[in-house]
Design a protein around this ligand. Structure first.
Ligand code: SAH
Ligand code: AVI
Length: 310
């Protein structure tokens, strides 16, 4: 995502807050993207397997709702793992536009998709999707845009920011377009906490890697081993809260600025919201999307939803 001053200033602003905060988008350097892929294969991380099964079970219906000659625009595409099911079944796509902030990983994934699906016009965009970005022009004129946002990445945004992001997607979908989105659901807190405290320690490594990323790219000097992973589900707020806890009194700098940490003080690194179907429908409605279809697994752990707009 570049080494720019703007990003460093954003990091410094977050660390100046009353509870020191680093945006979860800084998880995703090349190593962070690889660690996320490892998370998706963990037995405790129910999100990916459940979403994949929902896609497989309902792919014909999804393909028919997407329709002919669409442009598929994926926000936060990562390794485009689940997208492959769509690409296998959509044989007349105008284009596939994966959008991600993790540049190396995005370009490598786009090359793989190109090799696997030579008939698809693959047009990767390196961008922070919370800000407006230009869409590339495909060789074939799309009939409609389908924004694809799997993985419940929407849950990593606080309510107002999530609504703003839905507004961006409403805009990118354009007239007559739609959004196909993965939305994680509220459930037994034990299932949720296990998914973010895996026994192999991969999520802990993913969480601490955010500091390594800042050290490597943004002129910071965190003692990575002096922070520990913490993930708890706040049932009332319906969200997992990921933090890094300072093991000792210490100071770290980012650029020219020093930040002191008391022993036990935390850095907030991520929220992962879990929704009720009603809750999410209200957020969609707030930006002018209509929930046209909801698919879930039998245990209602996760949902995939098709949202339409005029
Ligand atoms: N869609 C994939 C990956 C989810 S991980 C899946 O469902 O498995 C979240 C992805 O979103 C990562 O690849 C990360 O690099 C990307 N991402 C996070 N914040 C972003 C932002 N603000 N702008 C663009 N991409 C972002
Ligand atoms: C990308 N996002 C939906 C993941 C989640 O579950 O909130 C990121 C993650 N954080 C810890 N594990 C996975």
């Amino acid at each position: 995502m570049g080494n720019g001053n703007a990003a460093r200033n954003e990091i410094i602003t977050g660390l100046r807050q009353e509870e020191k905060t680093i945006s979860p988008k800084y998880f995703y350097d090349e190593r962070g993207s690889q660690l996320f892929d490892e998370i998706t294969r963990l037995p405790e991380y129910y999100l990916t397997n459940t979403e994949l099964a929902i896609m497989q079970d309902n792919i014909d219906e999804m393909v028919s709702l997407i329709g002919q000659q669409a442009s598929l625009i994926e926000f936060g595409s990562g390794s485009s793992y689940k997208t492959r099911i769509l690409l296998e079944h959509l044989d007349d796509l105008a284009a596939y536009v994966p959008v991600d902030v993790s540049e190396e990983h995005l370009l490598a994934s786009a090359s793989e998709i190109r090799a696997e699906f030579p008939h698809v016009d693959v047009l990767p965009v390196v961008a922070d999707f919370t800000h407006e970005f230009d869409l590339p022009t495909p060789q074939v004129m799309p009939i409609r845009n389908i924004v694809y946002f799997p993985g419940s990445t929407i849950g990593n945004f606080e309510r107002e920011d999530a609504i703003d992001l839905l507004r961006v997607m409403h805009h990118e979908a354009g007239e007559g377009g739609a959004l196909l989105i993965g939305v994680d659901l509220q459930k037994d807190p034990e299932i949720i906490e296990a998914a973010y405290n895996d026994s192999a320690g991969v999520t802990a490594e993913f969480n601490t890697n955010i500091l390594r990323h800042l050290n490597n790219q943004y002129d910071a000097d965190f003692d990575v081993d002096a922070f520990t992973h913490d993930a708890q589900y706040d049932e009332e707020a319906g969200r997992v809260v990921l933090r890094l806890i300072s093991e000792k009194d210490q100071t770290a700098s980012v650029g020219e600025e020093d930040f002191h940490f008391d022993a036990g003080e935390s850095i907030l690194t991520e929220y992962s919201h879990k929704y009720t179907l009603k809750d999410f429908a209200g957020m969609a409605d707030a930006v002018g999307f209509e929930v046209a279809h909801v698919w879930t697994d039998a245990d209602e752990l996760f949902s995939v939803q098709f949202l339409t707009r005029d």
